[in-house]
Design a protein around this ligand. Structure first.
Ligand SMILES: C[S@@+](CC[C@H](N)C(=O)[O-])C[C@H]1O[C@@H](n2cnc3c(N)ncnc32)[C@H](O)[C@@H]1O
Length: 262
C-alpha cells in the first residue's frame, strides 16, 4: 500500500517509519510512504505557504496554491486516490476506518499547521476529513503517523504473527481479554489456571468472557455493536448478578427476550 503525505515537516517522519513493524513492512514491499514537502510548491523565494486570515484574528492560515499545485503534480486533480485532510473537525479515526483503508492500494493525507487550512482546500480538494480524537495538536504529522501505523498493522503479512491483530481491541468490536506471560506466579499473583492447562476450547471461552467483561466494565457502549451469542448473553447476565455493574438497556432486553423464548 502506498501513502502520500503532504506536510511542511517531512523531517519528523523518518525516525518512526524506520522502526519495527513499519520498517519491516517497507522492506517487505507491503508499505511505501512518499513524503512531499509542501514548500517545494511555493512560488516565492521565501517558500511561503501560509498567510494571515481574512477578517483578522491571530495565527496564520495555510495557503491554497502550494497545496493544490503539490496535489496536482503528485496525484492529479481530482486526486487519483482518497485524499484525507487531517483536521480535528473530521470524522473520528477508528479501527473500522483503519480496516477499510488497509484494503486500498493508495491513500494520501494533508497535514495542517498553524490555524489550519484555507477553506477551499477542504471544499474543493480533499475527499474526506479525518480527526484522531477530540483534542487539538499543533500539526497533522502525528495524526498522519497514527493513520499509517494503524492501517499498516492490518495489511496481511505486516505483523510477524498472522493472527496478531485479529484479537486486538475493537477488531471484533470488544476490548481485548487480559494477557499473561511467564512467570506463572509473580509476587503471589497467579496466572489464571485455565491459561496454563492447555485446553484450547476452554481458553477460547475464557478469553471471550473476559473480553465481554472488560468491555462491559470499561466501554459498555461497544457491546451494542457486537453480535452476542446465547453463551455471551448467559455470561453477561451472570456477571452482573449481585454486582454494581449495570448492563446497557438494549442488552437487558436481549437477555429478557431470550428468557421469554426459552
Ligand atoms: C492547531 S491545529 C488547527 C486547528 C483549527 N484551528 C481548528 O480549530 O479546527 C493545526 C493542524 O493540526 C492538525 N490536527 C490537530 N489536531 C488534530 C486532530 N485531533 N486530528 C487530526 N489532525 C489534527 C490539523 O492538520 C490541523 O490543521
Amino acid at each position: 500500500m502506498r501513502f502520500d503525505v503532504f506536510t511542511l515537516f517531512p523531517e519528523v517522519f523518518p525516525a518512526y517509519l524506520e522502526t519495527s513493524i513499519l520498517k519491516r513492512a517497507q522492506e517487505n514491499k507491503l508499505l511505501e510512504v512518499r513524503l512531499h514537502d509542501i514548500r517545494d510548491w511555493a512560488s516565492d523565494k521565501h517558500r511561503t505557504t501560509d498567510d494571515t486570515p481574512y477578517g483578522g484574528g491571530g495565527g496564520m492560515v495555510m495557503k491554497p496554491e502550494p497545496i493544490f499545485r503539490a496535489v496536482d503534480e503528485i496525484l492529479g486533480i481530482p486526486p487519483g486516490c482518497p485524499l484525507i485532510l487531517l483536521t480535528p473537525q473530521g470524522e473520528t479515526f477508528t479501527q473500522q476506518k483503519a480496516s477499510a483503508y488497509s484494503k486500498l492500494p493508495q491513500l494520501a493525507m494533508i497535514c495542517g499547521r498553524y490555524e489550519g487550512f484555507d477553506e477551499r482546500i477542504r471544499q474543493h480538494l480533499a475527499t474526506q476529513e479525518v480527526s484522531i480524537g477530540d483534542y487539538v495538536l499543533s500539526g497533522g504529522e502525528l495524526p498522519a503517523l497514527v493513520v499509517i501505523e494503524a492501517v499498516t498493522r492490518l495489511i496481511p503479512g505486516a505483523l510477524g504473527d498472522p493472527g496478531g491483530a485479529s484479537d486486538d481491541s475493537f477488531s471484533s468490536g470488544l476490548l481485548e481479554y487480559p494477557q499473561y506471560t511467564r512467570p506463572p506466579v509473580f509476587q503471589g499473583w497467579d496466572v489464571p489456571e485455565v491459561l496454563q492447562a492447555g485446553d484450547h476450547g476452554a481458553i477460547e471461552r475464557w478469553r471471550r468472557n473476559q473480553a465481554l467483561l472488560r468491555t462491559l466494565q470499561k466501554r459498555p457502549d461497544l457491546l451494542l455493536g457486537v453480535e452476542l451469542s446465547k453463551a455471551d448473553l448467559d455470561f453477561l447476565a451472570q456477571a452482573v448478578q449481585g454486582s454494581e455493574i449495570a448492563l446497557p438497556d438494549p442488552i437487558i432486553k436481549l437477555i429478557q427476550n431470550r428468557k421469554e423464548r426459552s
